[in-house]
Ligand binder design. Sequence first.
Ligand code: ZN
Ligand code: FE
Length: 256
Amino acid sequence: MASLIVELVPALSDNYVYLIHDPATGASGVVDPAEAAPVEAALARAGRKLDVILNTHHHGDHTGGNAALKAAFRCPVLGPAGEVDKIPTIDRAMQEGDVVTFGSLRFFVIDTPGHTKGHVSLWCREAGVLFCGDTLFSLGCGRLLEGTFEQMWDSLLKLRTLPDETLVYCGHEYTQSNARFATTIDPANAALAARADEVDRLRQAGRPTIPARLGDEKATNPFLRADDPTIAQAVGLVGARPVDVFTMVRRAKDNF
Ligand code: ZN
Ligand code: FE
């Protein structure tokens, strides 16, 4: 498998900014720079410059560093086609079907609306890496701030088709609180209990729970399992459409 080096840069209260590096070509980039300073510090430590800035969606905690980093490195900003009007620093729009070249690697753009209307996710098949912003979280999913429940469920189904080995790099360290909620929905799930224990250990040690393995998310994340009868039963909707189960689970999390 081709390698893509991903460095987590914690930013703001619970965001992860991702510095990406292709060792084959030396290309460097950043995904969702919440703020510029920690990114510049991490780049300086590694002795690298930025070749590209990638945004999954328009929220300030994913784009706040765009302008300063773009000015410092004179590199382009690529962001979702549906949100160009909301991200004035964008140089090139991305939408589903686009392939973004990054050094020797390629990122496939997947439209994943729901959290925002134009949200995109980036999948590098060769390296087995997914950047999904605030669509899929470990053991959770993003809040529906602009899109519909149908859109978010469809977006999660798209991400669920990716290979189990895919490493999921999401926008926030929300895993521990997500685990508490997931356990109320799916208390008999041994894989979930094991992941919740692992998450507690990692957080206790001050370590990130990211990346998550997509195969583990498929087995433990209740938002990816709205078409599993166990989850339907947990929310009292046996036989209901998966999107209705998803809606109920998402609403329960909003009120958790
Ligand atoms: Zn967001
Ligand atoms: Fe966010």
